[in-house]
Ligand binder design. Sequence first.
Ligand code: SAH
Length: 249
Amino acid sequence: MTGWIAIAGMGPGDAALITPEVTAALAQATDVVGYASYVARVAARADLTLHASDNRVELERAAQALELAAAGRRVVVVSSGDPGVFAMAAAVFEALEEGHPDWRELDIRVLPGITAMLAASARAGAPLGHDFCAINLSDNLKPWDLIERRLRLAAEADFAMAFYNPRSKARPEGFGRALDVLREACGGERPVLFARAVCTPEEVLRIVALRDARPEMADMRTMVIVGSSRTRLIERPGAPILYTPRSAE
Ligand code: SAH
């Protein structure tokens, strides 16, 4: 049996947003590897082994997936959203680079998914319609000083900014500091989107001015998008539309 490994994005939550390519890979798989809550989104089958693990053991999980594929299994590594965005694809390649030389001969594919930033943007309007950047606010894998520096430079460049992993129980302080840095750099007017559990039954969208943004408005299921100086709201009956025009001066 020829093994392979597909690192697949499961999208933000709604089954309708999983690509047919990912569905086909799962149908052919013998093994699914990933963080427990993403593995739980895969339908169980008698001929499918589910390997659910803790979120923090990414490199071990990646090496396990490579070993399984090397042994002839057909392995899907699942991530939420897109696997290349703060997720398992880079972890698998790190394990590949450092691991057994034979692993480099494996059939390895990355199957894209709809990342949280794009799902949140679509639900609110088009806040990423002009130039933007994406920043992971977790300091698990980088120093906090680097995060603050990137926030200041992104503000100076007048990007709209999409923030992943804004706030966790283990790191309650950081997001408040990030908001202070942004207020200092951009003033209080910028619209800020808090998009929680987008494309799931628990979805909540909230838009406030940067001056009114509070750390408690975000948790680990929230995507935060801070507008550029051009980002604005179109008021209308029901929820307003948040968008950034295509052009800048
Ligand atoms: N690979 C994923 C991101 C992993 S980092 C992707 O492409 O979407 C995890 C962070 O993604 C969370 O802390 C949150 O900020 C964001 N996120 C993931 N799914 C989300 C959803 N359905 N709604 C809002 N934010 C989400």
